[in-house]
Ligand binder design. Sequence first.
Ligand code: GLU
Length: 463
Amino acid sequence: MSAARVRFAPSPTGHLHVGNIRTGLVNWLFARKAGGAFVLRFDDTDTERSRPEYVTGIRDDLRWLGLTWDEEAFQSERADRHAAVVETLKAEGRLYACYETPEELEYKRRRQRARGQPPIYDRAGLTLTDAERARLEAEGRHPHWRFRLDHEDIRWDDLVRGACHYESAHLSDPVLVRADGTLLYTLPSVVDDIDMAITHVIRGEDHVVNTAVQIQLCRLLGGTPPTFAHLSLMTDVGGGGLSKRLGSVSVADLRSDGLEPMAVNALLARLGTSDDVAPVTTLDALADTFDLGHFGRAAPKFDPADLARLNARLLHGLDYDAAKPRLAALKADGGPAFWDAVRGNLERFADVAEWHAVAFGDVVPRADAATDAGFLRTAAEALPEEPWDAATWSTWTGALKAATGRKGKGLFMPLRLALTGQPKGPELAALLPLIGRARALDRLRRAAADGAADRAAQAPTRA
Ligand code: GLU
């Protein structure tokens, strides 16, 4: 068998959203696992709606995710080839001219439904005489062109859905050429799949009906139909279609939201499969265990909360060497001890800048309870001399506990608020040596002063 060749074929008529990119990713992983080629094909036959900025956006999204492509193609550059095939099909009588307006077609469908018949096109265009056609064109009508289907049982073995078949007699002859002469996606896709020697077409299940038509068209054009795999479409957590919410889950949004591209990949590669979602750090590792056979028929749910959790897990497991260049770019490289102290608290990588300021910069120390002022002064006085290490925290708090009788939250929370300005965060045992004695002393004193000022403000005034 020849090496696998797959294509990801977005139409550059909008931004990629998680549904599109899942298809792209699955194609990429399939090609990688099979040692084959991944072709990026822009299905840009809709010249009205296709835009160069969407082409750029799609490339940027793919690069951000690491989904490199081996070849790139534009359907619009193959228009002559498509037009030649259209002429051949017309000459062979497989494309026939139809003149109905959308309203007339709708009327026909309504009548069919009222009679209990399926709303299948009645092939009226096929029986027109030359004189009738001339009269319709004299009225100013331009024909659209339908593909005359051979009525047969079209079968294929779908790598996700298993054995599939369609009675083409149950389908309307599909329109392949619009009245303005532009082509619908159906024919260029088949021609290009043949010419580009595509072996596997992996796409969303919204294309299943197209597949029946495309298999017939492919054979008619002398091609061997590729192997098909149709993925169940993702829904949102409520079970609603994701496509209705394009804006809320575009890939560009995920990127600007600061998510890790591998979190997106690791989730989308496993959604809808029997495999566990895990914080996998490389595409190759995802490809190693990738298997189309693990995808099921049920519609997987895309939950942004799952993505956020996976993102955090990836960061928690990221080692210093991998983080270093990114820390440097944020001017937040505090060395391995700093990274190890804070990574477990990150939800987004950029959060690290805030902890860098806590460890090495300036914070606004907090004292929530006015009654903590005295305790904080004692804490400042009890700060051990440097050098500090991981044991300093317990030495210091042990002494404070003995001296003040405070314990648990009453002991630790005022210290945390004073030292970091926040009620939650990394282990203070790890953070304290990074903060160092000078900053710690300053923060404790400032927090104590704030607490005392608070107490003065709250003290009842006597007349
Ligand atoms: N341009 C089509 C789409 O975006 C491609 C479908 C296919 O993969 O054949 O839906």
